[in-house]
Structure formats: C-alpha cells, structure tokens
Ligand binder design. Sequence first.
Ligand SMILES: *Cc1c(COP(=O)(O)O)cnc(C)c1O
Length: 414
Amino acid sequence: MTIGTTPRMIRFLLEINPLLTTMLHAPLLPVYRRADTTMVRGEGCYLYDDNGRDYLDFASGIAVNVLGHSHPKLVTALKEQSEKLWHCSNLFHTDALNRFATELVDACFADTVFFCSSGTEAVESAIKMIRRYHFSKGQPERFRIITVEGAFHGRSTGALAACAHAASKEGFTPLMDGFDHVAFHDIDALKNAITPHTAAIMLETIQGEGGIRMHSAEYLQAVRQLADQHGILLVLDEIQCGYGRTGTLFAFESSGITPDIVTTAKGIGGGFPLAAVLATSDAASGMTRGTHGSTYGSNPLAMAVGHAVLTELLAPGFLGRVIQIGDTLHASLTALCADYPGHFTGVRGTGLMLGLALKQPERKYELADNLRAHGLLVAPAVTDALRILPPLIIEEAHVAEANRRMREALENGH
Ligand SMILES: *Cc1c(COP(=O)(O)O)cnc(C)c1O
C-alpha cells in the first residue's frame, strides 16, 4: 500500500465501521437495546471506547461498579486469588469463603448467608427460603408473597412472577403461582392483601427499575409491624439500592427496621458476578442440608473480590462521604432541573441512588443517547426517569464534569 492510499483506506474503514459493528453484534440474541459503542477499557469513573473517547460513567453498569473501574485493590485481590484457587465446589470450605461470609454477616443484621452469582438467583433463593420457613413450621399453606407495583425482582419465571409489571410477562405465562401485587407505598392496600396464605412481603427499599422511588421510613416501619402481627417474613430486595449506595451498607438501615431476609447483588462484587441472600437464623431455619445449592455460588474468585469491595466500603469515612457527595450531586441535578424544566420535573432518591424524573418519559432513550454522545452515561429506568448511579468513589470534580456534559448535551442535542 502506498502512502497516498492510506487516508482513503482509513476513510473506507471508518465508513464500514458501523457495518462491522452491526455484523459483530449479529450473533447476539437481540433482547437488549445495545448502543452502537464498543467499550474497551475502564479506569476509575471513566469508560473508554474503541475510538479512545472517554465517558463519565454515571450508570456504573447499573449500580454495579461501586468502586469504579479497575480499582487497584480489586485488581490485586482478583490476581492474587487467581493464582491460588479458582473453583473447588461447595463440598469444601475455602479461606476466601469463610473470611468473606464472616465479614458480611458481621457487618449487618444477618446470622447467615447464601452466595450465588446473580440478583435473580438471590431472589429465587429468597422465595425458596420463604416457602421452606412456613413449611418447616407446619404451615405449608402459607406460600403467597405480596410484592409492590413498580417493583423489579429479576427475570426468571419465579422472579418475573414477583414483578407487577405486566408487559414484561407477555408471552411467558403461566409463570410461577403465589404472588399478590399491591399499590406502591399504600399501607392499607398491603393490609387488605394479607390472607391466611400470605408467607412474606417482598419489596425494594428503594425501587430502581421502577424509577428511583423511595419507600418512606414510616411506611417501612408500618410494614414491619404488619409482618410481625401476622407472622409474615419481611424480605427487602436491596440488589440495586444496597451496598453503600445510600450511604449505609444497606438502604433499610436508615429506616430503623430490621428485615428477615435481604437479597443483594450488583454492587457486592464491584463488577465480578456475585450475589447473596442474607437472613436471620429464624428466617433461614427451613433451609436444611440438600434443600438448595449453586455450583458457582461461593466461588473463591468472587469471595476474594467481595472481601476487597466490603473492606473499602467499611473503611472509616467511606460511607459518610457517599452521603456528602450525594448531597452535592443532588444539588447539582436540582439546579439542572430548574434550568431545563422542559426536560426534567425533579430529582428523586438519596445518596448516590438518584433519578431525574422526566417531563416526557417516552424520550428517555433519546435523552440518554444524547448524553452518551456528549460523554456521560446514565441508566434509563423502565418507567419515567433517568437513573444517576455513579461509582461511590466520585469526587466534586466528577459532579461538575457531569453537570457540564449534561448542559452541553441539552444545549446541542435534539
Ligand atoms: C438488577 C435487579 C435484580 C436482578 O438482578 P440480576 O443480577 O440482573 O439477575 C433483582 N432485583 C433488583 C432490585 C434489581 O435491581
């Protein structure tokens, strides 16, 4: 190739690039609305694409990368464990498992923990735990679980049945039986839904996919009281809102209640596939030997990374800083909403679990695409909000940068 043809060659490659990208994506089941961007690297609060463009990541892989990308301590933890032991089944103890299980249980309300690899599995495990609890107490007729409108609990046929969102079930019925859905934040509706068959109430302390909608402390306390009155288990799905995002390890901690079971995932592995069900010994009392399991659950690589993530989150000052920087971000987003009332109606959420409520919810993807084109990643919710879920390590400069990129996008976008 002569020097003269090189620019033409480059132009040609650039022209066919979108085509190549489309072809590369072709073998994937088209269940996602995947952006035409290929990410190649992450560092701190930024992602970089194959053209070297940087993106300030205020989505964190949907609340996953709590310590940002390629955090040196997580990289070291994974490297060191990978040289010792990757997998050895749950027929044995490992140091990594014993260490992390003890730390995690010590850090919260729970007496016991079951590890798995995804949020959906954690929810499935919780559902089984609920049923076994009443079964083992001689009340197998108590198997129904009350969930809340707008909730998202996962996509398996059990977890999907727990969601009240009808559209996501289309074509998949009949799903697992045993769920009753009640209106959001309506304690009377919840009270009226309780029957002799009710086994548990399951809800997200703060709804994520549902558009960053918070249950008040008063509501949660009333739910706890109802559960106690009726001998019902209270399960909190903290897969998205937990793990430091609201400035406490779990979001319920600020409400003054103690749940019986908590599901956690997303942030717990900081990007390594990891999830857990945490429970009191009473709530878990039905789960005896042989009743449940997971081949990959308790995987030593996951346990080592989980330990490293938790160590950072529990370091003095870390969670307090989440509240502080969360307030800064909240104020910055509030100012943005005031300046762009045509786009946003307000800010929802707390800590670093925030949402921009949209004036025109049907434009959420268009808006998110525009923000991405200007170097900022956010996560559209299923409903009427753009979720702002940055890594918990962001600093003031990142808040300012995000605000600048948002304004650029809103001024220059369509
Ligand atoms: C993401 C999410 C799930 C499902 O987790 P997966 O890891 O995608 O299976 C369940 N519940 C809530 C609240 C979530 O945000």
